[in-house]
Design a binder for this molecule. Sequence first.
Ligand SMILES: Nc1ncnc2c1ncn2[C@@H]1O[C@H](COP(=O)(O)OP(=O)(O)O)[C@@H](O)[C@H]1O
Ligand SMILES: [Mg+2]
Length: 352
Amino acid sequence: MTPPRTKTDGDLSDSVDTLTAMSTPAPTATDTPAIEAIGLVKKFGDAVAVDDVSFSVPRGSVLGLLGPNGAGKTTTVRMMTTLTAPTSGTARIAGHDVVAEPHAVRRTMGLTGQAATVDELLTGRENLSMIGGLYGIRRRDLRRISDQLLEQFSLSDAADRPVKSYSGGMRRRIDLAVSLLTAPPVLFLDEPTTGLDPRSRSELWDVLRGLVAQGTTLLLTTQYLEEADQLADDIVVINKGKVIAQGSPLHLKEQAGKASLVLTVSHADDIPAAEALLRKTGGDVFVDTGARRLTAPADGLADMNRVIGWFTDSGIAVDDIGLSRPSLDDVFLSLTGHRAEPTTDAQQEVPA
Ligand SMILES: Nc1ncnc2c1ncn2[C@@H]1O[C@H](COP(=O)(O)OP(=O)(O)O)[C@@H](O)[C@H]1O
Ligand SMILES: [Mg+2]
């Protein structure tokens, strides 16, 4: 956030300390992780919605909690944000235990839930004022903070219009602005871009990147593999309540298989010669004659540079050459045996 905001509640001394500590980059080796999930379990009756989920999120980084509908993402976030008690296990937010110190946790984090929480009938600015008032932010601070947030989220022009007139993307932004009123160092976002059109989605990604650049730790849940790939430093994949994979987007993609080299020759006449050259890589070459495109397995940039060298020497004109890495969708397929298509409620597996 721009200038540091001051908490005004008299009784929040530990949270002021926390906020101060979090906003000052402290280059210590023993930094407490911003978020830790420790063996989180949630049962609803006999159904296990979250089954022993553990992970850790370093300060200032982004964790993508990725999984299809019904995987247990929202339930995990609800436990980590004190909205529901774990059946067993716990979580720590900036070192505070969600079970033992829920109040301290609430003062450290912000949450934007899956459903919009703003009041449709109020204007954007009125929503900020109302929630800011509940947080106990002083009136003159609130005006300044609201103006900053409205500006930051490109909502200044719409500030005095009722939220019911906002587009989907604007609603998500006002929702996010409201959860940032207290400048929380740790922010949870539950499917922040579900239902948004591609343009609003990429605008929101930019906003989120800005928050991370300013030092916010982000945990976002998503069903979009592309979204986790775009934003997350680390990804935890969950399915049916269990962690099924964990790692950087690159690591997960490498797990799903080799990259491939995709090359488009300028003249169809050159396809046989190009194919012969590519066979030197030792792998199977796939030729799409209509598109003048050839695909061969590659280990990475070193392989690609080698191939570029061969083509330069051969004089075969090439329109385009690139490395195509497996998508996170391929990762999900290789881990679960099915694509991570969002399921409808009817298709969703109901635990017995
Ligand atoms: N309050 C609840 N009572 C009973 N079952 C629930 C409740 N909330 C979630 N569930 C079940 O827990 C599982 C995980 O749900 P959820 O955490 O909402 O998944 P996701 O957010 O990944 O779509 C689902 O099978 C869902 O039906
Ligand atoms: Mg959910």
